[in-house]
Design a protein around this ligand. Structure first.
Ligand code: 5CA
Length: 440
């Protein structure tokens, strides 16, 4: 992508409305724009990051055996009357009427709709287990939307829903998502700790929130500090192994970890003082097992091996991609801007032409840009005629992991400078060596 033809509206000044660093940096880097309170556009740079986050989420959901579909944002109120949640959900739900005066709503979550899909076609235990997910916009009319897309009214959610014949089978489904979440957040460059959590309007008894420790987090959390170094389940984790996944769950729940709603002061005080971690955190995922809470009132049942009908046991599993993007920034930035983990960086590398219009600089940059693009890298080429200082500041602000800097003096020697955004380390090398670093 040539910066001269891209749309990346950088702000020079710090936006006054932004209270936390991620919100400030997302606005300054031209990633998002507020359209009305708690409702955002994702501008091209932000959209790239969001897409990469979603690709990792999708990859890990698929690995764990979940199947992607797509459900609409607008739902009929009828389904919600069946579950009894239409009245219970309160003011957070945006209620709308269509031209025939039929009550509709903008979905805050999809338990009812997915249960309807399930009951319409699944009739036998032989079709279980089943886990259906989508990545879709939701709307919750939050009292206090704030911190940009961290807590917005319209936001994106990956929501998965599992269906099983028995409680035991449902627990295995829960463990699959539990392990998939550990892997997902790790690949996003985050350390998320599962903590026992309150179930709120979704319901059920078994629930974990996945929390990233950050001073700007909205939740107050308490846990054993060893969680920070626990091993993440590997790529070859067998998601069909009941014992294997149970062992992962048992290990990750063996020490104290709870959000403030579930906090047990006495149990926490039993943890040796030096091992206690009491901090603030950002909830990036939340999983629930709620048994037959929706399947019973909505009549979602299958024929079991005993020939009898059984209400299915369900769980739901949420991740907030539009919250994850700022959470990653909270965890990874410095005074100059964002530092993206390579896995979600909007571009793999930025090529900075320090003197656009200078034939040797232009030729060198074009050569590198073409070679890296051909090798399948996402390359941003700063071919604008801004001052070098402005270009460096922009490259640092948008946090692309590697910068290749082509200035007249180095280029005259057939060289460029390669800068690591995270460490700031700069290395001068031949043009060929710079290319080979990515192509090899
Ligand atoms: N139906 C269940 C799981 S699919 C559910 O709705 N769970 S939830 O309410 O906990 O939301 C799931 C995830 O969505 C949260 O962990 C969080 O990452 C994200 N999320 C929830 N509300 C917001 C919001 N207002 N802004 C941004 N992300 C949000």
């Amino acid at each position: 992508m040539r910066l001269s033809r891209y749309f990346m509206p950088i702000l020079k000044e710090n936006p006054k409305e932004a209270e936390i660093v991620s919100h400030r940096l997302m606005l300054r880097a031209g990633m998002i724009r507020q359209q009305s309170q708690g409702i955002y556009s994702w501008l091209p740079l932000g959209k790239r990051v969001l897409d990469k986050v979603n690709a990792i989420i999708r990859d890990e959901q698929n690995r764990a055996g979940a199947i992607e579909l797509s459900m609409p944002t607008l739902q009929s109120a009828e389904l919600w009357h069946e579950s009894g949640r239409y009245d219970a959900y309160g003011k957070e739900m945006l209620r709308i009427k269509d031209r025939q005066d039929r009550p509709m709503l903008y979905g805050p979550t999809n338990e009812e709709m997915v249960t309807d899909i399930f009951r319409s076609s699944v009739k036998s235990y032989k079709d279980l287990p089943l886990n259906l997910y989508h990545i879709q916009l939701k709307f919750r009319d939050e009292i206090r939307p704030r911190f940009g897309t961290m807590r917005s009214r319209e936001f994106m959610m990956k929501d998965a829903y599992s269906f099983d014949l028995t409680r035991e089978a449902a627990e295995h489904s829960y463990n699959k998502m539990f392990a998939a979440y550990l892997r997902t957040f790790d690949r996003l460059g985050l350390r998320a700790i599962p903590m026992r959590a309150d179930t709120g309007p979704i319901g059920g008894k078994l629930s974990h929130e996945f929390i990233i420790l950050a001073d700007t987090g909205e939740s107050e959390v308490f846990c054993h500090k060893d969680f920070v170094d626990f091993d993440i389940p590997g790529e070859h984790t067998d998601f069909d192994s009941v014992e294997g996944l149970q062992a992962i769950f048992d290990k990750w729940t063996s020490l104290y970890a709870a959000t403030s709603e579930m906090h047990d002061e006495a149990a926490f005080n039993a943890v040796p003082e030096g091992d206690r971690l009491s901090a603030r955190g950002i909830e990036v995922g939340h999983i629930f097992y709620f048994g037959t809470k929706y399947s019973e009132p909505m009549g979602a049942k299958v024929q079991g091996p005993d020939g009898k009908e059984h209400f299915v046991h369900m769980g739901s599993y949420g991740i907030g991609p539009t919250r994850l993007v700022p959470a990653i920034i909270e965890a990874s930035h410095d005074d100059n801007g964002i530092i993206w983990p390579a896995s979600v960086a909007p571009f793999d590398v930025v090529v900075i032409n320090m003197k656009a219009g200078d034939q040797a600089c232009d030729d060198t940059c074009e050569l590198i840009y073409a070679a890296l693009s051909k090798a399948g890298k996402d390359v941003l080429y700063d071919d604008t005629d801004d001052r070098a200082g402005t270009k460096f500041a922009t490259a640092d602000l948008i946090g692309v992991p590697v910068q290749i800097i082509a200035g007249p003096r180095a280029v005259a020697n057939g060289e460029v400078e390669v800068k690591d955004r995270k460490t700031g380390a700069r290395e001068t090398m031949t043009i060929e060596a710079a290319i080979n670093r990515f192509v090899a």
